[in-house]
Design a protein around this ligand. Structure first.
Ligand code: UDP
Ligand code: MG
Length: 322
């Protein structure tokens, strides 16, 4: 039995590219079916993320006139990550394996076949990884690199040069959906799931039509979201800054006292300097300590699953057969 594939495509104001995207994805599914890699009941889920242009009417039309095409219309714009979750939630009821891809087809659809082969070989998650960022602007390339480096140094495992183009088996998607957090940074959560993972590499193309829905403002808030929903290290930095300042206070105190006893200090300066530095470092340390508790609360309220079981083999109790 071939697996039923569900391709999930979040769309926000994508009327310019949708026609080509539908055509290309249908071609890919046709060829997968021909090669016995996917079943004929495979589907493409277009999720309209509250678009203000003709995106939904194009999707609706396609659901009637084209094979495989399904549509999910969200009531308003909830952002790329939430739209993706909505699509995966809809697809997991019908499919054995799901692939998420952007509507602009900047990611090479021809590696979908490679992903499906790796799935057939037993991988539960296959990451699409970009070979090069030649088509990106200098700014986007370097800001992305900086973001990955920062994320990883703060303790969130992300796959370098991987965005949201990936294959996930049904059980991997179900585990992903078991993370109930509101602020889901999917590419940070997926590596936490576990299971056997693999990668396929591809060249990312430039957008053919329409414009990026990630202007600088959104990119920054995405990066801040990614970091703050994975790491409490920034809070810890406050505490260490406090300790550093306490060390600095000691040297400043020595300097001020020398100035005081050698008579070069103006009256009142010594006491002011000493209390200023001391109170400053005390405040930072206090903030750091409070922050540690807030960090704990933050981790608790995420209600993340503590473990995910892949297999559980239990021996039949031999006594019960007596
Ligand atoms: N997108 C979405 N909701 C939004 C913003 C973007 O569903 O609020 C979709 C968009 O339609 C596209 C994908 O997310 O399919 C990635 O967006 P885009 O291609 O503009 O990002 P870029 O490739 O420039 O990083
Ligand atoms: Mg894009």
């Amino acid at each position: 039995m071939q697996p039923t594939l569900g391709i999930v495509v979040p769309c926000y104001n994508e009327q310019e590219v949708l026609h080509d995207t539908i055509k290309e994805l249908i071609r890919v599914i046709d060829s997968l079916i021909e090669k016995n890699l996917a079943s004929a009941s495979s589907k493409i889920f277009f999720v309209d993320d509250g678009s203000r242009d003709a995106t939904w009417s194009l999707i609706e039309q396609a659901t009637k006139s084209q094979k495989y095409v399904c549509g999910v219309k969200l009531a308003g714009n909830v952002g790329h990550q939430n739209a993706l979750i909505a699509g995966l939630t809809a697809a997991t009821d019908f499919c054995d394996v799901m692939i998420s891809i952007d509507a602009d087809l900047q990611d090479d659809v021809d590696v979908i076949e490679g992903m499906m082969v790796k799935y057939a070989q037993g991988s539960d998650i296959v990451y699409g990884v970009r070979k090069s960022r030649d088509t990106d602007t200098f700014f986007k390339k370097n800001s992305a690199l900086l973001f990955y480096k920062l994320m990883n140094s703060l303790g969130a495992k992300t796959v370098y040069n991987h965005a949201d183009y990936r294959l996930m088996s049904k059980r991997a998607v179900d585990q992903l959906l078991a993370y109930p957090e509101r602020n889901m940074f999917i590419r940070g959560v997926v590596p936490l799931i576990g299971f056997r993972t693999d990668t396929v590499t591809y060249d990312r193309k430039a957008r053919t039509a329409g414009e990026s829905k990630y202007p600088l403002k959104k990119m920054i808030s995405f990066a801040v979201d990614g970091i703050t929903s994975f790491s409490v290290r920034p809070i810890r930095l406050i505490f260490f800054a406090g300790l550093l300042m306490l060390l600095a206070t000691i040297s400043v105190s020595i300097y001020t006292l020398i100035a005081y006893f050698s008579g070069t200090a103006l009256p009142g300066w010594t006491s002011l300097m000493l209390s200023l530095w001391f109170i400053g470092s005390l405040l930072l340390i206090a903030l750091g300590i409070i922050g540690e508790y807030i960090g704990k609360i933050y981790i608790e309220v995420k209600h993340r699953p503590r473990f995910l079981i892949e297999k559980c083999e239990v021996k039949e109790n031999s006594d019960s057969t007596k």
